[in-house]
Design a protein around this ligand. Structure first.
Ligand SMILES: [Zn+2]
Length: 160
């Protein structure tokens, strides 16, 4: 799983902008019909926010400029520094959480929609498969679409 950026499909598959909009729209609608994915997506993508709130509650002194009688004008530099560092760490965590959430919950819907639209890609790694051999194993990750259906249909599925 790429945690820096979601991989929806093989980069060599270059759909037009309109086609992109269409399959993402359909993937969104498909995901809306799967409440478990929406709950998981929300939980993962809100986790950094919960962490941020907990952190500021646990260490409130880090985010407070203190003035003393001898120095009535508080030194703002440490406060600015901790706020900036906290914000940057939060942004990084938020991005990672968002990508993980998309990879786990949204990407499978995009790939299903693409497969439904006849784009021959591997469901696991999104590699474009040769269109003449849709049932052969993925050359990139070895995933076979028919293997999953064969195990469901029992030993006779091998001959079919
Ligand atoms: Zn694959």
């Amino acid at each position: 799983m790429n945690v820096l950026w979601p991989v929806f499909h093989d980069p060599s598959y270059r759909p037009a902008f309109g086609e992109r909009l269409t399959f993402h729209w359909k993937a969104n609608l498909r995901m809306l019909r799967h409440p478990k994915d929406i709950v998981l997506f929300s939980l993962i993508s809100f986790a950094p926010l919960l962490l941020l709130v907990s952190f500021t509650r646990l260490f409130p002194d880090l985010f407070r400029a203190v003035s003393t009688p001898t120095n009535p004008v508080p030194n703002m530099a440490p406060l600015l520094f901790t706020t900036l560092v906290t914000f940057v760490v939060f942004l990084v965590l938020q991005h990672l959480a968002f990508v993980v959430a998309i990879n786990l919950t949204y990407v499978p819907h995009v790939r299903s929609v693409l497969l439904d639209r006849g784009v021959p890609l591997c469901r696991r790694c999104a590699q474009l498969l040769p269109p003449h051999a849709p049932d052969s194993a993925c050359p990139e990750c070895g995933h076979t679409e028919s293997l999953a259906t064969m195990s469901d249909s029992g030993p006779h599925g091998v001959d079919a």
